[in-house]
Design a protein around this ligand. Structure first.
Ligand SMILES: [Zn+2]
Length: 94
């Protein structure tokens, strides 16, 4: 088989493998976020100040699980981005 025929096959295979790796990593990240402890469990294990177990910082940042306005909030360390805990924002009555 000529080399010029093998090149597009290798290219397509590389793209498929790259897409698979990206999707697998994304799914693992989403699973890690869904499996986070709730706030009470986290504070019980981390202490009352809730310092990050990785770097000791107390500043936190939060984002929604599936986007900015998701009621399920994921709280991360503002310094090292370690996943800390999750909580459900009270939804407005509709
Ligand atoms: Zn941290």
């Amino acid at each position: 088989m000529a080399l010029e025929m093998a090149f597009p096959i290798v290219l397509i295979l590389t793209l498929f493998i790259a897409a698979f790796i990206v999707l697998t990593r994304h799914q693992a990240h989403m699973r890690a976020q869904r499996n986070l402890p709730d706030r009470a469990t986290y504070l019980a294990s981390a202490g009352a100040d809730g310092a990050c177990p990785k770097c000791g910082a107390t500043e936190t940042a939060e984002h929604g699980l599936h986007g900015g306005e998701d009621a399920v909030r994921i709280v991360t360390c503002a310094k090292c981005q370690a996943l800390l805990y999750q909580y459900k924002r009270d939804q407005a009555a509709d």
